[in-house]
Design a protein around this ligand. Sequence first.
Ligand code: AMP
Length: 228
Amino acid sequence: MQSFNPIRMVMLGAPGAGKGTLSRRLLAKISRLSSISTGDLLRAQIAKNTDIGKTASGYIKSGKLLPDTFMANLLTAELSKKNWLNEKASFLLDGFPRTAGQAEQLSKALNPHKANINLVLELDVPPEVILDRIANRWIHPGSERVYNLRYNPPKVPFKDDVTGEPLAKRADDNPETFKVRLSQYFEELKPIKQFYAKEGVLRTVSGETSDIIFPKMLKLVEDEFERH
Ligand code: AMP
């Protein structure tokens, strides 16, 4: 089995760029890497109808970002709960940070543990490809497994491969909300990239599909972190 130095990684990508799919594939290859998706965390809170869920649902429905401090607290609490606030843990953050403010707050939380982010991977996927993909995206609500009717269809139409349960559209994948989410992403991207470029940890991988991006991404991670 391969051995890796601690990986503390952020994945940046527009909604629909394949963050979820690519992180699942990376996790399957690198066994000691685990991930946190802030979108999944929020959706779980909504499903449980908690106070956090109640706050989150209005923002998510309209495609807006939740406030930085709220999100930074949520993420830091999760890192702490998983015992990942230390220099030995490896983790991948999917969907956080979404703003430079969040990047700064994350850095402040990790710094005292000498556990700063050491790889920021930007997924660069053309916007027209993303729009087409979202129109075809269906999910299994219980597991967040993602299907694409064109590129990655379920074995039985509109049924989850593992449980056989019906697939659904994500509530925030409708065209109006999606436009808001996409333009917000590109607005926030530049300052986040500046923040991490200054730290020397920013890398970009381009491609139209996850099958094209994944091998590049895996090689990059292996080259940076594999113990020789
Ligand atoms: P995602 O599943 O990552 O696309 O996130 C779905 C929605 O959750 C986003 O459109 C936001 O409303 C909210 N959200 C998730 N992560 C964050 C974050 N880091 N900051 C603010 N809002 C977030």
